[in-house]
Design a protein around this ligand. Structure first.
Ligand code: SAM
Length: 285
């Protein structure tokens, strides 16, 4: 089928007896130029395993399938799964995983290995859960390219000390290098969403930081951002029981890393947070 206009999507959905489902963020891509640009930016190679999250009616999938060794599609909507099974997923190198990506990716990875590329025009409501699941598990193993709500892209790429910098920015940036690839007008999609979208990339660090204990680092990120207006000292003292050090030890160790405990977490770079986490986790070992 064509995916080049709202009419193409309306006809395909009408054939399925379906309508776009808001709860699964079904805003289908209808701009071929944007689609081509995404596929070019992903730059998959003929030897790559590519995962696509939320293929929908396959707007991106057909071009992706031509440029990889194996394409794995993750789709939650049973009606769209039936449609994909009868079409693109018939190809020998394309497989289809039905269900919520957040619940299915780990078993898929266990069975068939890590992907070289991950791509998705993500549903607005679960984009942060999807990206967060991959980042928390340290699975930014290759280039990951996502279309998300503009505000989420801004959080992912925000620099320390800026309005959008949050625990989610730190999570993404300690696990990956992040790159903004610009905004997409609402008319890129059908139905036209009420918000603007943006394309964001997460890719393995060019210079990988040493993370002594990932789970400890994740817990520390949550603790230091627990109350945004509080200082690092006050958040650590209020939320730091899990660290297992005395208050005096905690603050001494933070100071030894060269960070003033009187700053707010939103002023700390991802590298500083990693350094504090590494110092604390070696002190408690
Ligand atoms: N890729 C298609 C396109 O660009 O036209 C569809 C994109 S649409 C924004 C999001 C797609 O993700 C829908 O097909 C929706 O059913 C699917 N989806 C929503 N939540 C999902 C989840 N948790 N796991 C897998 N797929 C999901």
């Amino acid at each position: 089928m064509n995916h080049n206009s709202p009419a193409d999507i309306r006809h395909a959905l009408a054939d399925l007896g379906a309508r776009p489902k808001k709860r699964w963020g079904q805003n289908f891509m209808v701009n071929p130029r944007t689609r081509d640009k995404l596929v070019r930016t992903l730059s998959s190679r003929s030897t790559d395993v590519v995962w696509e999250i939320g293929p929908g009616l396959g707007a991106l999938s057909e071009a992706l399938a031509e440029r990889c060794k194996k394409l794995v599609l993750f789709e939650i909507d049973a009606g769209l799964v039936r449609y994909l099974k009868a079409g693109i997923a018939k190809a020998r190198h394309v497989s289809l995983i039905e269900g919520d990506f957040v619940k299915t990716w780990q078993a898929t990875e266990k069975k068939s290995g890590r992907p070289d590329r991950v791509v998705g025009n993500l549903p607005f409501s679960s984009a942060s859960a999807i990206i967060g699941a991959l980042a928390e598990a340290n699975r930014i193993s290759g280039r990951c390219l996502f279309t998300v709500q503009k505000e989420l892209a801004e959080r992912i790429t925000a620099a320390p000390g800026t309005r959008n910098y949050s625990s989610f920015s730190v999570l993404c940036q300690v696990m990956a290098d992040v790159v903004a690839h610009g905004e997409l007008a609402p008319g890129t999609f059908y139905p036209v969403p009420e918000v603007t979208s943006a394309v964001v990339e997460l890719r393995p660090h060019a210079k990988k930081p040493r993370i002594a204990d990932r789970d400890f680092l994740l817990a520390l990120i949550r603790a230091v951002f627990a109350a945004r207006r509080k200082t690092l000292r006050n958040n650590l003292l209020a939320e730091g029981d899990f660290i297992g050090l005395s208050k005096a030890e905690l603050l001494d160790i933070v100071e030894e890393t060269g960070t003033d405990p009187g700053v707010r977490a939103e002023e700390l770079s991802p590298a500083q947070i990693i350094e504090i986490a590494n110092a604390l986790s070696s002190a408690r070992a």
